[in-house]
Design a protein around this ligand. Structure first.
Ligand SMILES: [Zn+2]
Ligand SMILES: [Zn+2]
Length: 293
C-alpha cells in the first residue's frame, strides 16, 4: 500500500498513509459487525476444509485425551490437552490439523473450541476497535515548538552504480585469478609508480610538476634567459626544427618566420615541447623527394 506514496515528501507520504489506514480500520470494523460466526471468516473456512479431510482418519484413544490418529498412509499422535499433534501443524498455527479434528470429533467436542483465541471474532473486533481520528489541514495545526522535519540529504556517490553482485565473504572464488588489489600501479607514460597514464601529471616532455616548477624557478632567477631545458644542443643549428610543418605547403618559405616561436623568451614551454632536431629530415631536402608532399 505504501509503495504508491513512496515518492512523496515525508509529510505528504505520512498523510497519504494515515488517510488510507483510517478508512481501512473503519471498513474492517463495520464489516465484522455484520458477521455472526465465532471464528473469523477465513479461519472458519479453513476449519470446514479440515473437517472434510479428517473423515479419512481413524482416531484410537490411548489415554484420557491422547489419541493415535491413523489413515492408510500416515499415523500421528494427538494430545488434546496440550493441543499438539506430531505433524506439528497444530502447534505452529493454533488451528487444529486434520488429525486433531478427527480426535476432537471422537472426543465429542467442537474444533472451534480448540482453536487459538487470537482467531476469534472478539479478538478481531478488539484489533479494529480504536479508530484513527481525523485531522485538520496543516495550517490549522498547533505548533509544538519542535524543529520541523526535513528530508535527508542524499549524497550521490561518484561513478556509475555497480552492476556486479556483492559476493559473500565465504563464497568460493577462482584461485587462479590474479587480483590487482594491493599491487602498485605503474604509469605507462612516465614509468613512475603510484599512478597510471590517465592520471599522469607529467608534461609531454616527461617532466613531473616538481621538475617543471624547479625549471621555471631557475629560468626566472637566470635573468629571463630562454631555457634550453631538454632541448638538443641546437644553439648552432638554425630553426629547421619546425621545417616539417611547412614542408607540405611551401618549402621555399624561409625558416626565420618561425624564429619568434622558438627563440621567444616567453614560450619556454613551447620550446621544451619541440622535438629534438636530430629526428627531423634535413632542411636541404627537396620537396619532390618527400613521399607526403
Ligand atoms: Zn496433525
Ligand atoms: Zn605518469
Amino acid at each position: 500500500m505504501t509503495l504508491k506514496a513512496r515518492d512523496k515528501p515525508i509529510l505528504s507520504m505520512l498523510e497519504w498513509i494515515k488517510v488510507r489506514l483510517m478508512s481501512r480500520l473503519y471498513v474492517k470494523k463495520i464489516g465484522i459487525e455484520k458477521y455472526g460466526g465465532r471464528l473469523c471468516l477465513s479461519i472458519q473456512g479453513k476449519l470446514e476444509k479440515l473437517k472434510l479431510e479428517s473423515k479419512s482418519f481413524c482416531a484410537m484413544p490411548s489415554g484420557r485425551f491422547v489419541y493415535e490418529v491413523a489413515s492408510e498412509r500416515e499415523r500421528h499422535v494427538v494430545d488434546l490437552v496440550g493441543r499438539t499433534c506430531s505433524c506439528r501443524a497444530w502447534d505452529l498455527t493454533g488451528i487444529p490439523c486434520k488429525h486433531g479434528v478427527a480426535a476432537i470429533f471422537v472426543n465429542h467436542e467442537m474444533p472451534e473450541d480448540d482453536t487459538h483465541p487470537c482467531y476469534y471474532k472478539d479478538a478481531y473486533v478488539k484489533t479494529y476497535k480504536t479508530p484513527i481520528p481525523p485531522m485538520l489541514v496543516q495550517s490549522e495545526w498547533v505548533s509544538s515548538g519542535q524543529p520541523k522535519s526535513v528530508a535527508p540529504i542524499i549524497y550521490k556517490p561518484p561513478g556509475r552504480p555497480s552492476m556486479k553482485r556483492k559476493r559473500d565473504a565465504d563464497e568460493p572464488r577462482n584461485p587462479y585469478k590474479v587480483s590487482r588489489a594491493n599491487k602498485l600501479v605503474r604509469c605507462g607514460r612516465c614509468q613512475k609508480e603510484g599512478h597510471n597514464a590517465r592520471r599522469c601529471k607529467a608534461n609531454v616532455t616527461g617532466e613531473t610538476p616538481w621538475e617543471r616548477r624547479k625549471r621555471l624557478q631557475k629560468e626566472q632567477s637566470g635573468s629571463g634567459r630562454p631555457s634550453t631545458y631538454r632541448q638538443a644542443p641546437s644553439s648552432s643549428q638554425p630553426p629547421p626544427t619546425h621545417q616539417p610543418y611547412t614542408m607540405g605547403s611551401s618549402s621555399s618559405q624561409p625558416p626565420p618566420t618561425h624564429q619568434p616561436y622558438t627563440m621567444g623568451s616567453s614560450s619556454s614551454n613551447q620550446a621544451a615541447r619541440s622535438q629534438p632536431p636530430a629526428r627531423q629530415p634535413p632542411a636541404t631536402q627537396p620537396p619532390t623527394q618527400t613521399p607526403w608532399s
